[in-house]
Design a binder for this molecule. Structure first.
Ligand SMILES: [Zn+2]
Length: 176
């Protein structure tokens, strides 16, 4: 195993020797965690439609799903206020379902972008438990909290300092 800096935050990251020795042409981006992979892939603007990565598609679908999860959650409250209990509950279940689909799409996109670490499995499991609880206890709020937790964890790469782009012909500064 060799070490290379994470392409997003610069943290030294273990990569297989074969990949480290492949040279610049065969070099794939290296990320220390799924958070960095997500932040990097999402901020890299695609030039053509063919450049859109599965992770970017998953991110957009997740955003769309979570937005509507919130819409149906609000709707559930409004309908209950109007005394339309059955319709209110249906909206609540739609909200929970949208949250579950959004979380599943995001996790699938992340799992294909980089090998998940222990922390990912913990957060993803907690998200699944939260959504399961939300479904069985009928709690759209619990589902919203579970998806929000997953999204905050996924966005953590954006809060990391981006590593300075390497200047050609100049050795990268050690330490820091
Ligand atoms: Zn990183």
């Amino acid at each position: 195993m060799a070490k290379q800096p994470c392409d997003h935050c610069g943290l030294p990251t273990f990569v297989p020797d074969a990949e480290a020795n492949a040279g610049p042409a065969g070099r794939r981006p290296v990320f220390c965690c799924t958070g960095c992979a997500f932040a990097h892939r999402l901020s890299a603007a695609p030039q053509t439609a063919g450049d859109i990565t599965p992770l970017q598609t998953a991110a957009w679908l997740t955003g769309f799903g979570v937005f509507n999860q919130g819409v149906f959650w609000v709707l559930q409250h409004l309908l209950r206020g109007e005394g339309r209990a059955a319709l209110s509950q249906a909206s609540g279940y739609v909200s929970i379902g949208l949250g579950a689909v959004a979380a599943a799409v995001l996790i699938a996109g992340l799992a294909t972008s980089r090998r998940p670490a222990a922390g990912d499995w913990v957060v993803w499991s907690l998200t699944g438990v939260g959504l399961g609880l939300a479904l069985f206890t009928y709690s759209p709020g619990c589902a919203a909290a579970a998806t929000l937790g997953l999204i905050l964890w996924t966005l953590r790469g954006f809060f990391r300092r981006r590593r300075a782009p390497a200047t050609p012909g100049k050795k990268p500064v050690e330490g820091g």
